[in-house]
Design a protein around this ligand. Structure first.
Ligand code: SAM
Ligand code: SF4
Length: 323
């Protein structure tokens, strides 16, 4: 459906849980967060009902996220059911990859259309510092498993923070495998506010020092805000998602559903509608649809990350939103 600014909203990111088996420094505090109770989290029946209504409103793509979505049981079953909803063309997942080997075959068999795996460095010590867990070997093995099995497109998401991450090593995964590596600018949300800005230009400079000039990719890849480049000899492409330095709000096509059922219309603001009370008060599909339509119509025109904090800024961590 169109919002009040004429943007076609056809993509929903659904957070399945606020739990996570990592504690990435820019996403979750070391001690974790106060977790939602079982009752507060939408059950699969509620999520499926909302997906049906989203599809009726013209949503075509669903991304499952978290926290860590694979911390929730039976995700493959949910994917299979979402894929059966007429109008839904694509269901994808974003994961830290730690438990991927456990679920890879069932996720593939369920018809998952693509997977994003988050990885900020190939340096074991730095990975442990960033995620506060010592699981780099496991994640790398799972990236190779996913890439080599060729069951679906695989993308790596990396948040640049410092040159010690050796971003050219992360990029080299696109040399060795037919997968895209995307560098995502840190956004000042939750713990992300505490980090010094590391720009797209700084990342490009580090990559070019190692691999030579990056060449802009003319082919249209994916349907999101990433801009892609090629490096000679690489099988995959290098992408940049730069929400802060290269704002793309005028092209924004997405809304977000938190694990406890808040439909969030912009990453920066605490704006949207609580759907759980409606679901549990036995609202009709029509009433839910109207609540969703009203929230989407009022979707903010743009984020203002570059400005000072405002009262209606989002106070949640990214792990509670889903990225
Ligand atoms: N646990 C899963 C994962 O790590 O892919 C899914 C949830 S995580 C919140 C989704 C993505 O958000 C990850 O790629 C993560 O790096 C990114 N992210 C978290 N905090 C961020 C921030 N402040 N700015 C930009 N990206 C962030
Ligand atoms: Fe967990 Fe993903 Fe956040 Fe890292 S980025 S703490 S893996 S939710």
């Amino acid at each position: 459906m169109l919002d009040d600014y004429g943007r076609n909203i056809d993509y929903v990111r659904i957070s399945l849980t606020d739990r996570c088996n990592l504690r990435c420094v820019y996403c979750m505090p070391e001690q974790g967060i106060e977790l939602l109770s079982h009752d507060q989290i939408l059950n699969f029946e509620e999520i499926l009902r909302l997906c049906q209504i989203f599809a009726d409103l013209g949503m075509k793509k669903i991304k499952l996220t978290g926290g860590e979505p694979l911390c929730r049981l039976k995700v493959a079953g949910l994917i299979k059911q979402i894929k059966e909803i007429p109008g839904i063309e694509q269901v994808t997942l974003t994961t830290n990859g730690v438990e991927l080997d456990k679920y890879w075959h069932e996720l593939s068999d369920a018809g998952l259309d693509a997977i994003n795996i988050s990885l900020d460095t190939l340096d074991k010590d730095l990975y442990r510092e960033i995620t506060r867990r010592d699981v780099l070997d496991k994640v790398l093995a799972n990236i190779v498993l996913a890439a080599e099995s060729k069951r679906m497109p695989v993308k790596i998401n990396c948040v640049p923070m410092q040159k010690e991450q050796k971003l050219y090593d992360v990029a080299s995964l696109a040399k060795d495998y037919d997968i895209h590596v995307r560098f995502i600018e840190m956004m000042p949300i939750g713990q992300g506010k505490d980090f010094e800005f590391f720009s797209r230009e700084a990342t490009i400079a580090l990559l070019e020092e190692k691999y030579g000039k990056l060449k802009p990719c003319t082919e249209l890849l994916g349907n999101g805000p990433a801009e892609y480049y090629m490096i000679d000899g690489f099988k995959g492409k290098i992408g940049f998602i730069s929400a802060v330095s290269h704002k793309f709000c005028h092209l924004c096509n997405r809304i977000r559903l938190t694990a406890d059922g808040f439909l969030k219309t912009c990453l920066q603001y605490d704006k949207g509608v609580e759907l759980r009370p409606l679901l549990r008060a036995e609202a009709s599909d029509e009433e839910l649809k109207q609540a969703i339509q009203a929230a989407i119509a009022k979707k903010p025109s743009a984020h203002h990350f570059e400005e000072l904090a405002a009262e209606d800024d989002e106070q949640k961590n990214m792990s509670q939103i889903g990225g």
